[in-house]
Ligand binder design. Structure first.
Ligand code: ZN
Length: 454
């Protein structure tokens, strides 16, 4: 697919850039961006827009008005971070241009709505007005920095209570009282009108689909299509919302699927996004479908064969974040340490030469990865050369923290490239049967079993 002159393969894995939403690894992911080449990126409006104060606000985003493209903005951030010394001295950093990447902007609306709810003192009428205004601000913002694609502004899917909300009982009660369906539909209608009123709008807009059950998902998709007809305007594609978590979902998503033969582990999370992809694909013709947050390794093949064209996941880099200080002193000891948090390495997958790797496709603690395991040939692995070198850099935390950060990027960006590699292989096979015959593994056989029942 061509997106503003850039090539976006189908399917595509979007790397999640959370710079502005945390420190440490998130900064280095920008610094070492070349290790994932032109892999597309999802960025979060809430994190990169300093008009919403938050814990990890980056001052660099105050300069956002100076840049004509989101790529130029990230070029500036990368150069600034490198100038500040957030790079390992043993690495020679090449030139890199973020303008080669396709950028997808997601709203991070859950955090935004919390701030709005508080600012209107939990007044429902005012809240609804302000949410609609926030959506317009969001679309205007995406146009100014020339994001390639934007996810339609929505209230987000599920509200699993996070620690910081539990203490705020007023907020919890307010969120529980919201008619999310009504507000999300109002936001969809606003978005269709926005498309109609802005014929020169730069970003491509995805309509965000919601629904607690497969039936509601289908109904909501039809509603979006009816809005398009009513306003004579067209979304570029669709974003699947609220299907990334397999916890607390309506049991009807699992109808006719019994996992007792293959086990739930690694498979249970693939069902809801695959079903949602299939439902939407059957209704929308050949337009793009992005499954929000559903790009975990095990999800990718089924999502694609069920109709999704792209997905994102923060997990490859998030698993690196499990590594704590203590683990850096134990990394050469392969004994399992159940109580110590190590950065996790993605084993298995597919080598860059297209051959299936021997290990299981799982994340394991870095100390448990055998030094003899061959690397995959991706840019991060070419830098690392050996597992032992990664552990060596990882162990240097107390004397050279940038060496440790670098090792963590080599681990995380290798995992990103594995997700990308799988996306590159899939289109050569017409269905999961052909694919799993060419790449026989426990994972892909299990996915074939599920696909026959979905
Ligand atoms: Zn690799």
């Amino acid at each position: 697919m061509n997106v503003h002159g850039k090539e976006l393969p189908i399917p595509s894995f979007f790397q999640v850039y959370n710079y502005g939403g945390g420190n440490g690894d998130k900064d280095r992911e920008i610094v070492y961006a070349e290790l994932t080449g032109n892999t597309p990126a999802l960025i979060n409006y809430f994190y990169i827009n300093n008009s919403f104060p938050h814990k990890f606000s980056s001052k660099l985003f105050n300069e956002i008005g100076r840049f004509n493209t989101v790529g130029d903005l990230y070029n500036y951030i990368r150069a600034s971070l490198i100038r500040k010394g957030k790079i390992y001295c043993g690495y020679s950093s090449p030139d890199y241009d973020f303008n080669q990447k396709v950028f997808l902007l997601d709203s991070g609306a859950f955090n935004i709505m919390k701030q709005i709810a508080e600012s209107v003192n939990y007044d429902l009428t005012l809240f609804k007005d302000r949410i609609l205004e926030a959506a317009v601000d969001y679309y205007d913002f995406a146009d100014r920095i020339k994001c390639d694609i934007v996810v339609g502004f929505d209230l987000g899917g599920k509200y699993t209570e996070k620690d910081d909300e539990k203490g705020n009982s007023r907020l919890v009660r307010f969120l529980a009282s919201l008619d999310k369906k009504e507000i999300n539909n109002a936001l969809l209608e606003l978005t269709v009108k926005y498309i109609k009123d802005h014929p020169d709008y730069y970003p491509y807009i995805l309509a965000t689909v919601h629904g607690d059950t497969p039936a509601e998902y289908s109904e909501n998709t039809r509603y979006i299509l009816s809005l398009e007809e009513q306003y004579n305007a067209r979304f570029f594609g669709f974003a699947l919302g609220g299907v990334a978590s397999y916890k607390q979902v309506d049991p009807s998503w699992y109808n006719d699927i019994n996992l007792s033969r293959i086990g739930k582990r690694g498979f249970i999370e693939t069902i809801v996004p695959a079903r949602a992809s299939k439902i939407v694909r059957e209704l929308v013709g050949d337009r793009p479908i992005h499954a929000l947050g559903c790009g975990g390794y095990n999800n990718i093949a089924l999502n694609y064969y069920c109709g999704a064209t792209s997905f994102d996941a923060a997990s490859p880099v998030r698993r690196v974040g499990d590594g704590n200080e203590e683990s850096t002193r134990l990394v050469f000891d392969p004994t399992p340490f159940p109580k110590v948090g190590f950065s996790k390495y993605f084993t298995g997958g597919i080598n860059m030469d297209g051959t299936l790797r021997r290990e299981k496709a799982v994340y394991i603690k870095l100390n448990e990865v055998p030094d003899s395991m061959p690397l995959c040939g991706c840019p991060a692995c070419l830098q690392a050369q050996t597992v032992h070198n990664i552990k060596q850099l990882y162990s240097m935390k107390s004397t050279n923290s940038e060496a440790n950060y670098f090792s963590r990027q080599l681990i995380g960006l290798h995992a990103v490239m594995q997700h990308r590699k799988l996306c590159e292989i899939l289109p050569s096979y017409t269905d999961i049967h052909a694919f799993s015959a060419a790449y026989p593994s426990e994972l892909f056989r299990g996915l074939k079993y599920i696909s026959e029942r979905i």
